[in-house]
Ligand binder design. Structure first.
Ligand code: ATR
Length: 292
């Protein structure tokens, strides 16, 4: 059965319920169905959420079918975050500026695209590690797509400065040029990393360094951090990377990547339902699944 037929069958099986889904390629490992179905249940929303494996060639017909079948909302993941923008009706200015949509809301037949990755990250950082980012000095390691989303959201919090350190300096420089902000934003060389970390209040790893199976690697030495500084890692496999473990050992506050996943989903849930997301239950169920 192809994916359009799967969607049609699924709609038939759950007629009467609001339908939500995540699309990506690959998608098998996604914890979004588990997390969002739990959120609907905990909030007594009569809705159901499933994952669909949609290849790039299937994206356009899938979106058409989703529109016809009245799918109420979608999460969009790799590799579709860019191309889906051509297949929806409206794009929130923040998602437009980032060039990526990860959440679609069906508003009375009109498909509207948002990006909840960066704001999800910042909400997680503020709720779990540091309540106020204003006037804080931030170092971001890495200059890829993930860094772009979180820096965009971080700049709105008015930190005192953001330094982007990347293996390939030109990419950090390109990122700096692409943002318009009153917050001082700098690109730096890898050899400046230690000094910048020694002065920073928040150090964020957006690279894959330390991700399973390379769990002994770290982008930043824990001893470089100030006591009380926040060490934040977008990686959530493992839940506590070597970077975070080292930082804690030297008096830092560890902030793991799971929160970003939970809160990007929380924003999607809130855009879809208008209700506050049950983040505690969402975290618990995902954490249990990751630990089992
Ligand atoms: P994502 O969308 O997850 O951010 P990406 O766009 O491929 O993924 O970006 C990955 C980032 O991690 C890049 O900044 C990359 O550095 P380069 O620009 O030099 O490629 C960084 N990165 C990945 N592996 C790295 C490693 N082993 N050491 C240092 N930086 C690394």
């Amino acid at each position: 059965m192809d994916v359009i037929q799967q969607l049609t069958e699924w709609k038939k099986q759950h007629s009467g319920k609001e339908l939500y889904c995540v699309i990506g390629d690959p998608i098998k490992q996604s914890k979004s169905p588990l997390m969002l179905n739990e959120a609907f249940k905990a909030s007594s929303v009569d809705a159901i959420y499933a994952a669909f494996h949609v290849t790039p060639e299937q994206l356009s017909p899938f979106m058409e079918a989703a529109r016809e079948l009245g799918v109420a909302g979608m999460n969009v993941t790799i590799p579709h975050k860019l191309h889906v923008m051509d297949l929806i009706d409206e794009i929130h200015p923040d998602a437009r500026a980032l060039g990526a949509v990860n959440t679609v809301v069906n508003c009375k037949g009109k498909l509207i695209g948002y990006n909840t990755d960066g704001i999800g990250y910042v909400r997680s950082l503020k709720e779990e590690a540091i309540a106020n980012i204003k006037d804080k000095q931030v170092v971001v390691v890495g200059a890829g797509g993930a860094a772009r989303g979180i820096i965009y959201a971080l700049l709105k919090e008015k930190p005192s400065a953001v330094h982007i350190v990347n293996r390939t300096r030109e990419k950090a420089e390109e990122l700096v040029i692409s943002f318009e902000s009153s917050v001082p934003l700098y690109a730096a060389d890898q050899d400046q990393l230690q000094k910048l970390c020694e002065q920073a209040d928040i150090v964020i790893n957006t690279t894959s360094v330390g991700m399973f199976p390379h769990i002994d690697e770290t982008p930043v030495q824990g001893e470089w951090l100030k006591i009380g500084a926040v060490a934040s890692d977008l990686i959530y496999n493992p839940l506590k990377t070597r970077f975070l473990q080292d930082a804690e050992q030297y008096g830092g506050i560890a902030h793991g990547g799971l929160g970003m996943f939970i809160y990007q989903g929380a924003f999607a849930f809130e855009y879809w339902t208008g209700k506050q997301a049950p983040t505690k239950q969402m975290r618990e169920i995902v954490l249990n699944a990751l630990q089992s």
